[in-house]
Each structure stands twice: as structure tokens, then as C-alpha cells.
Design a binder for this molecule. Structure first.
Ligand SMILES: Nc1ncnc2c1ncn2[C@@H]1O[C@H](COP(=O)(O)OP(=O)(O)OP(=O)(O)O)[C@@H](O)[C@H]1O
Length: 570
């Protein structure tokens, strides 16, 4: 869906504009009726029947106005809701196309604000602000026009007081541009910080950094309240000065109308009408100033939505991807998360279809990055990655991902039942298939012991489960998905002995399946039988071979093996 279509207004919106103009006119009509009643009173022509007719007329206008208001309001609400629905769908659609590498901490705040606050604000412009602005403008113009038919000079004064809106709005728009944008940026950062804070609340509390001591979040909240204060401080004086200047129209109009009346050029009823008109116009102009400033402010929301809709998309491709076999190859692959720091340098390896290859190496050496490139979370800066002899850079992520199962260190679980969490990778799976996968993943027994078994809701990101249990659920997902490539990031070192053994057993069951397996191993005993072991250090493959050959080589791998065994003896 293109950007133009996402913001396109609909017939309901335009109808609400028409109804708002009519409502503004009808509000002015009351004023005119009042004028003729007063005129009849002053000229002593007011009779009971005339008064009754006037009241009936006002009653009828009131009912018509009520109907027009109801229609205008409902149309405006429906129109606005339809636009924001299309906007939300467009944003959701866009999110699917944005490369995963763009979901950085800063961008997350931007995306959350764009899809929530900004869409709400933009909807508010359509459903309330535009209608109010149109209504008040048409009422003001009708009033000024009516006054001008009795006294041109008074009409000009009222018009001039209205025109004071132009310089005032120019100044307030400058403030909105300066501080409104800054406010938006701070709010975006604030959202990112709050998301990070909530995600890390357990860790923060364990270090006693929960409340006010969490400086980053507190600072960002303070920065937001500071900028909001500065913004108000800058805009309020402009509105106040405008109001004061606008109210000068009252004595001037009084003087002009009085002068005309004394000279016998104005009827008493017209004098009365003209003298009270500034009371209405000043109120209307004040409201217009506030509404137009808010309108400008809300337009920042529109730009924030536009920025997300304009974000660079992953290159799409119609290329076919159904390889006959699932070998994986890296040819001279170079990669850096940021330009200054290369993470992988000239990586070359071949993994035959259905082979089991392990990657080992020190922390930060680039092991997970290799998996991130196979899953297309990131694209290499140089070199080629091939699956089944097809270069995957030219293939859409959604075509590659179904061929890969990933068992990561950070298992993401939904706040749903265990059954649904496992089923996630194969929505059509039967309960029996899920139970079989859970048995192979070594989690059936602990699930059965839970009060509601497979129907147990596991909490936000599975927080009711232990680390080992979460990992086994993730393995069950991979078993159920049954894709030809399996990427594993084994992280059993942080588990207690019971969980470590259970996870290792589950991994062994997973490895029995005939798949192309790439496994990052943090403990070496589990990969002794791998077809090939890649030893990564400083973003390069420094050794490669079977367990026996690497031990015989007496290099890095042999040293790691020795250390692990010394540790296990201790
Ligand atoms: N998203 C990222 N943005 C920027 N730098 C990153 C990102 N992810 C990893 N890095 C950096 O890239 C380097 C390699 O990280 P990687 O996670 O691939 O190492 P690893 O060998 O898997 O480490 P570990 O065994 O500790 O998981 C590290 O210096 C790390 O700080």
C-alpha cells in the first residue's frame, strides 16, 4: 500500500466537513434571530405571537443543528476511524518489509510511537480538530459579514482582529516546529528507554537499580517533562498576547458604533448587535488559535507516520527457492554491524546437505553473526552465502525462513498455552504431533506435571518456566517445524545440571534427524561427532576439521578441549 493511499481521506470525512460548515452557519443564525428580536423590542413592535414564532424558530434551528451535529460528528468519527484503520494496516504491512537489522533500540521507540500515539493523534486531527476549526471559522465569518452589513468600519475592525491570528500562528508554528519536533524525538527515546527498562526490569531490580536509581529511564522521563514545560512556556505568551490584542476590538468597535449611532447613522438594535459581537469573535479566535496550534502539533504525528512508511524495505524478489538439497556455503563473506568494526572477515566454508557442523570459538568472535547471516537477519557487506547452491541475497526472507529452524539462546515465548507456543511453527499441527515433538524435546514430563498440562499459560515471554524448560520448548518447536536446515545456539553452560542434561538429551534427539545442522557449541563434548568443526576467532575461521584432527593439530580447539576437561575434573 503506497503512502498516498494510506493517508487518503474518505467520503465520510468530506461529509463531516460539509456538516461542520452548516453547523457553524446555524450557530450564527441564532445570533441573527436575536438581532431581529431586539430590533422589534426597541421599535416596540414585539408582540406575543412574534415572540412565540421566534422561540419556535429557535427551537427548530436547535433541532436541525442537533441533527447536523450528530451527522457531522458520526461521519467525522467514522471517516477518521477508517483512515486510521488503513494507516494501521499500512504500518503493519510495512513492518513486515523492514529489514530486521533496522529494529534497533532507537527504531523500536520510533515504530511504537508511530503505530500508537502518532496514529491516535492523526485520528484526533481528522475526527475533532478539523471539524472544530471549520465550524468556528464559518461562524466567525458569518458574524463578521453580518456586522459589516450594518457597519463596514466595525466589520473591518473585527476582521483585522481575526487577521492578527496570522502573525500569532506564524510565531506559534515556529515554536511547534522547534520544540514540537524536539518533544517528538525525546518522546521516541523515552519510549525506547521504557521498553528496555521493562524488558530488563528483573536484572535492574536484582542490582537495586529499579526505581529512580535507573538513571537512563529517569533522565529520559525528566527530559520529556522539561521539553513539554519549555514548549508550553514558549507558546502560552503568544496566545496571551494575541488574546489581549484581539480584545482591543471591543472598545474600538464600541467607539465606532457609538459614533455612528450618535450621528444618527445606526439603529439602536444594530448598535447593540455590533457592541456585543467582539465578545463572540474574540472567544472564537482564541479557540481557533488553540485548535490551529494543536493541528500543527498533530501534523508532526503525520510526518512520523510518513517516516516509517518511507523506511527502506528489504529488497523483494520473486525468485523461486525450492532447492533439491540443503548445503550451505560462505564464499569470502565479510560483515560489519557498523562500518568501523568488521565482525566477519573473509569467511569461507562448505557444509554438505544433511551434514552436522559445529562452530566454536571465544565469546564475541562472530559465531552468532554467522547464523544471523544464514537467516538473513543481516546481509553480508561482501561475498556470497549459498543454500543449495543458490545465492540467498537475491531471495526474499519469507522464502528462506520456512527452510530454517532456529533454536536460539534467547527463546521468545508468547503469553499463551504451552500447546500454542509449540504449535506456533506449524499452525496446522495436531495435538498428538505436538505431544510427540515435546517428548523428543524432553519436555513432555515437566509439562504433564503442570496443573493444566499443555493448556498451561506460561506468562509474559514464558516467565513461569525455567531457562532450561524454555529452551526445550524452543527445541520442540524446531522438531515440529521439521525444516531441512537447523541452526542451533547451544547455551547449556548457564543451566543447572538437571536442566543441562535434559537440554543436551533434547539436542541429541534433534541431531538424529537427517538435516543440515549448524550448531554453535559452548560445551565441546556435545559436538565430538560433528562432521566438521569450524573454530572462529576474531571474525575469521582459524581452524577447521573433525574432533580427532583438531585435537591432533594441538591448536586452539585442542586447548579449549583440554580446558573444558580440566574444569569438569575440578
Ligand atoms: N546487533 C549488533 N550490533 C552491533 N554489534 C554487534 C551486534 N551483535 C553482535 N555484535 C558484535 O559483533 C561481535 C560478534 O558478536 P557475536 O554475537 O557474533 O559473537 P559470538 O561469538 O556469538 O559471541 P557469544 O559466544 O558470546 O554469543 C561482537 O563484538 C559483538 O559485540
Amino acid at each position: 500500500m503506497d503512502k498516498k493511499h494510506a493517508f487518503r481521506k474518505n467520503i465520510s470525512f468530506y461529509l463531516s466537513v460539509v456538516f461542520n460548515v452548516i453547523e457553524g452557519m446555524l450557530a450564527g443564525f441564532n445570533f441573527i434571530v436575536l438581532y431581529y428580536t431586539i430590533k422589534a423590542l426597541i421599535t416596540e413592535q414585539l408582540t406575543m405571537s412574534m415572540l412565540t414564532q421566534t422561540i419556535l424558530l429557535l427551537g427548530a434551528v436547535f433541532v436541525i443543528r442537533l441533527i447536523v451535529y450528530a451527522f457531522g460528528y458520526t461521519r467525522g468519527q467514522i471517516g477518521g476511524a477508517q483512515v486510521s484503520r488503513i494507516l494501521r494496516l499500512s504500518l503493519g504491512d510495512k513492518m513486515k518489509k523492514i529489514p530486521l537489522s533496522s529494529f534497533t533500540k532507537a527504531q523500536i521507540g520510533e515504530y511504537i510511537n508511530a503505530t500508537t500515539t502518532s496514529v491516535n493523534n492523526y485520528e484526533n486531527i481528522l475526527t475533532h480538530k478539523i471539524g472544530d476549526i471549520i465550524k468556528n471559522t464559518s461562524f466567525s465569518l458569518l458574524l463578521i459579514g453580518f456586522v459589516a452589513t450594518h457597519s463596514i468600519s466595525a466589520g473591518i475592525v473585527l476582521l483585522c482582529s481575526g487577521l492578527l491570528l496570522l502573525p500569532s500562528l506564524y510565531l506559534s508554528f515556529l515554536m511547534v516546529k522547534k520544540y514540537g519536533n524536539e518533544k517528538k524525538n525525546i518522546m521516541t527515546k523515552n519510549t525506547s528507554d521504557v521498553v528496555e527498562y521493562i524488558n530488563g526490569i528483573q536484572t535492574l531490580r536484582s542490582f537495586g537499580l529499579g526505581g529512580v536509581k535507573n538513571k537512563a529511564t529517569t533522565d529520559s522521563m525528566k527530559a520529556y517533562s522539561d521539553i513539554s514545560y519549555v514548549y508550553e512556556i514558549k507558546v502560552i505568551p503568544i496566545g496571551t498576547i494575541f488574546s489581549i490584542l484581539c480584545w482591543f476590538s471591543l472598545p474600538i468597535v464600541l467607539y465606532l458604533a457609538g459614533h455612528q449611532w450618535l450621528a444618527g447613522n445606526l439603529e439602536a438594535s444594530s448598535f447593540f448587535l455590533i457592541s456585543i459581537s467582539p465578545l463572540f469573535t474574540c472567544k472564537l479566535f482564541g479557540t481557533l488559535f488553540i485548535d490551529l496550534t494543536s493541528y500543527k502539533n498533530f501534523m508532526i504525528a503525520k510526518r512520523q507516520i510518513e517516516a516509517v512508511l518511507d523506511a527502506e524495505e528489504e529488497p523483494s524478489s520473486d525468485a523461486f527457492f525450492e532447492p533439491e538439497q540443503y548445503s550451505i556455503a560462505f564464499h569470502n563473506v565479510n560483515f560489519a554491524y557498523s562500518q568501523e568494526e568488521p565482525v566477519l572477515r573473509d569467511i569461507n566454508f562448505e557444509i554438505g546437505s544433511s551434514q552436522f557442523v559445529a562452530i566454536v570459538g571465544p565469546s564475541g568472535s562472530g559465531k552468532s553473526t554467522i547464523l544471523n547471516l544464514i537467516t538473513k537477519y543481516y546481509e553480508p557487506n561482501r561475498g556470497d552465502i549459498l543454500i543449495g547452491q543458490q545465492t540467498i541475497q537475491s531471495i526474499a526472507t519469507e522464502k528462506v525462513m520456512p527452510k530454517i529452524s532456529m533454536v536460539d539462546q534467547d527463546t521468545f515465548l508468547f503469553n499463551d498455552t504451552i500447546l500454542n507456543n509449540i504449535r506456533y511453527t506449524k499452525p496446522e499441527a495436531t495435538k498428538q504431533e505436538i505431544i510427540n515433538a515435546a517428548k523428543e524435546a524432553n519436555c513432555h514430563d515437566f509439562i504433564e506435571k503442570l496443573a493444566y498440562g499443555y493448556d498451561t499459560i506460561i506468562g509474559e515471554n514464558g516467565n513461569k518456566l525455567s531457562g532450561g524448560e524454555r529452551q526445550r520448548i524452543s527445541i520442540a518447536r524446531a522438531i515440529l517445524k521439521d525444516s531441512p536446515i537447523l541452526l542451533l545456539d547451544e547455551a547449556t553452560a548457564s543451566l543447572d545440571i538437571e536442566n543441562e542434561l535434559a537440554v543436551k538429551e533434547a539436542i541429541k534427539n534433534l541431531l538424529k534427524k537427517k538435516k543440515t545442522v549448524v550448531m554453535i557449541a559452548h560445551t565441546l563434548s556435545i559436538i565430538k561427532n560433528a562432521d566438521n568443526i569450524l573454530v572462529v576467532d576474531g571474525g575469521q575461521i582459524v581452524e577447521e576439521g573433525s574432533h580427532q584432527s583438531l585435537i591432533a593439530e594441538e591448536g586452539k580447539y585442542a586447548a579449549m578441549w583440554k580446558k573444558e576437561h580440566q574444569l569438569s575434573i575440578v
